[in-house]
Design a protein around this ligand. Sequence first.
Ligand code: GDP
Ligand code: GDP
Length: 504
Amino acid sequence: MARLPDQPTVTIVGRPNVGKSTLFNRLVGRRRALVGDEPGITRDRIYGMAHWAGRDFRVVDTGGILPGAKEIIPSEIFRQARVALDQADVIVMVVDGRTELAAPDRDLARLLLRSGKPVFLAVNKIDVPALEAQAENYRQLGLKHLVPVSAEHGSGVAELLDQIMRALPPRHAAGEAEHAGETQGTSVAVAGDRRPTTDDAFADDQRPTARDEIKVAIIGRPNVGKSTLLNRLTGADRAVVSPVPGTTRDAVDEIVTRDGQVLRFIDTAGIRRKGRTELMAEKLSVVMARKHLQSADIALLMIDGSEGVTALDANIAGYAHQSGRSVVLVVNKWDLVQQRARELGERRLASRGAHTARRAKLRPADPQRYEQEARHSLKFLGYAPMVFVSASSGRNVEKIFELVKQVAAERRKRVSTGEMNRFLKHVDFDRAPAPFSKQVKIFYMTQASTSPPTFVIFTDRDVKLHFSYERFLENQVRRAFGFVGTPIRIINRAREEKPGQRGR
Ligand code: GDP
Ligand code: GDP
């Protein structure tokens, strides 16, 4: 049967009892199109529709001709392979990670590889992380994309799906309608920039060419709500929720288009990945933040509002600042902060006179006061706008899109040298604090580059600018031109350089 042109098809193959139908059920839930697995009845294949990362796709379980048969027979291998070759855009071969690799597995893998289609190996029944090492045995099959999963418990399935999405034909080639997500965005997973592309030929043509895309990293310590926010922002109706740590090292990004603006969320598999112990998770969150910042234009730095700014938050914020990326501070779990304020009011009502209590009860959590306190611990991020959200309820999450757009524009903004020097004339440099030995006279100033905005001041002296002088100048620039969200760099160049001083 030729595959229908409108939806991409993912075909599941494998020996009997490896867990194909368990995986199928997990992918499609109750949305089966055809069920034919009554005992004794020949079951050729089962179709179902699945949805992941904003895309609908068809899943085919090739099943088994002889239900309950313990061994796969050669004709069955060929039948499965043929179904896969005829219909599949992507093939998922399932093996049982708890059993030895068997000859039929090798035969099937070989046939599938010859098809030239993307093949993923789901090593199933890896119910606990300790079994992951065992899954590695199946590398012998020569399939590059191996994902340990537990079809029964759901772990690893999200990673498998993320990888499958990358290998699907582009949406328009597949003739699908755009799917409007919860946030009116559309999302699709694609290969991350940092993937070794030689190992990943079929992902290359999936990469969007949009030069104007904004790369967004969601960073923060464990449990601040990064995954929850990501799900909100990508608007994906998750068919499968994986409650267990992910397994693959592969970076997967998700693209969201909103109002014509393309946002790329970096390494979404990484964002969802959790450490196994608290300490591991904390270390991982710092490693991830640093890695994600490298590829990002903008970082959404998340804080758990109910806990306030912790030392680890400040540590991650420090990396964000140093990276030169723009930052939006996202204070999450604002619902909890408000709930707590309400409870406090109620307690006051119970313990004090009705008059004071009524006033106290009416006082909601005050974002302004909260912001003041939070900023005190994150002084160096004074340029980062702060937004108060509840990722789990979706409250205020829309604002993040607006801020990202605004911050991205500010980051790319260029001020002409004419404007810059008109501005300079109005700055009262007598107010600039700097020790005498570090005082400079500015002849003129120009914006040398954007992302982040970098300014060169041409002065009479080749000295490193005193930090308070630099800060003064930065504040003046911001007051005149904004540059919200982005750090600013200022470089001093002595106008009359002596020979040999260039490039200092
Ligand atoms: P199929 O014949 O390949 O479609 O395999 P089934 O989906 O019928 O599963 C075969 C058996 O393996 C069933 O008893 C399932 O409950 C079991 N099974 C499937 N997935 C898992 C898993 O992730 N872990 C464990 N422990 N058992 C599984
Ligand atoms: P991550 O480790 O940063 O990815 O955090 P998760 O997204 O896994 O969230 C950690 C926990 O916080 C989960 O139990 C979420 O349900 C919960 N959570 C996330 N956002 C909110 C929120 O806005 N309000 C409340 N009350 N809980 C939230």
